[in-house]
Design a protein around this ligand. Structure first.
Ligand code: GLU
Length: 291
């Protein structure tokens, strides 16, 4: 099978050393195998993403010589693909509307931490406590008719029972047993769009025929959720290669906001693409390549 990789930035800021490193890996892995390297703009968070950043990211990739194959796929142009899949999950009773505000969720979690069965924790903090999971169909209808805003969440316990045990392979780590409850009842569609990052990534990796997903190890917990969705939807599971994150001399992770690591400002200060690749290699040194 030909290798297809992708670089999938969210245009919430400019390209920086860390994201350029991800793009470089995806490009190299495709080129080494005589495969295809795709670029996808993940702009489903319509409030945080900006078209100016998208344009700048693509220009910076070109300047670095990281040329991609084919058209760039912009997720906000494909909302109907995601809502179609969301409907499929809905018909199988695998998702439910959640009317909770952030404040309500925080209150619910605070209340449960003082109870004997404290809130369950996921990789990013306490998990959604499931407040809306067991609302009756009539109550759901009433709230929707009353114009209450809602997002859609995956019923992870039901999804886990549907799928059964599953696993996936990370190149550097080997076979990993899927943990379907790791992310709890995560958001499948936000209040303002018919998708979330998790759903869009899963649908697009499938539609674009991605065979090798290269991305930062900070996203590894989400992979458990993505593979769960793949199994629910009958999609193939790609091979994963979660790579280590670039760090500065003190071992601190390079932040997106650091001006010094922005490709645009490096370029404006007279650095060449070769200098940028040197900086990336240096950023790998303190912790060593962790992939
Ligand atoms: N859009 C994500 C980000 O910019 C990357 C997601 C992925 O590679 O799957 O962090």
């Amino acid at each position: 099978m030909p290798v297809v990789t992708r670089f999938a930035p969210s245009p919430t800021g400019l390209l920086h050393l860390g994201s350029a490193y991800s793009a470089l890996i995806a490009r190299d892995r495709a080129r080494e195998a005589g495969g295809r390297f795709l670029v996808r703009i993940e702009d489903t968070d319509v409030r945080r993403c900006r078209r100016e950043y998208e344009t700048a990211i693509l220009q910076d990739l070109k300047w670095l010589g990281l040329d991609w194959d084919g058209e760039v796929r912009r997720q906000s142009d494909h909302f109907s693909d995601y809502s179609h899949v969301l409907d499929r999950l809905g018909r199988r009773g695998l998702v439910y509307p959640c009317f909770c505000s952030r404040a309500e969720i925080a209150r619910e979690i605070a209340a449960s931490t003082s109870a004997p069965h404290a809130a369950l924790h996921g990789p990013d903090g306490p998990l959604y406590p499931g407040t809306c999971r067991d609302l009756t169909p009539a109550e759901r209808k009433r709230r929707i008719a009353a114009g209450r805003e809602f997002c859609m969440r995956l019923d992870s316990a039901r999804a886990a029972a549907t799928v059964g045990p599953y696993d996936f392979v990370d190149e550097g780590r080997g076979r990993i047993v899927g943990q379907p409850l790791l992310m709890g009842d995560f958001v499948i569609a936000r209040k303002d769009t018919p998708t979330s990052y998790h759903l869009a990534v899963t649908v697009d990796d499938h539609l674009q025929g991605i065979t090798l997903v290269t991305r930062g190890e900070d996203i590894l917990p989400s992979t458990h959720a993505h593979v769960l969705l793949q199994r629910l939807l009958g999609y193939a599971t790609p091979l994963y290669a979660h790579h280590g994150l670039l760090t500065d001399r003190t071992g601190r992770r390079l932040a997106k906001r650091d001006r010094v690591t922005g490709i645009r400002s490096l370029r404006e200060s007279g650095k060449t693409p070769a200098d940028v690749f040197k900086l990336i290699r240096a950023g790998l040194e303190p912790g060593g390549p962790k992939a």
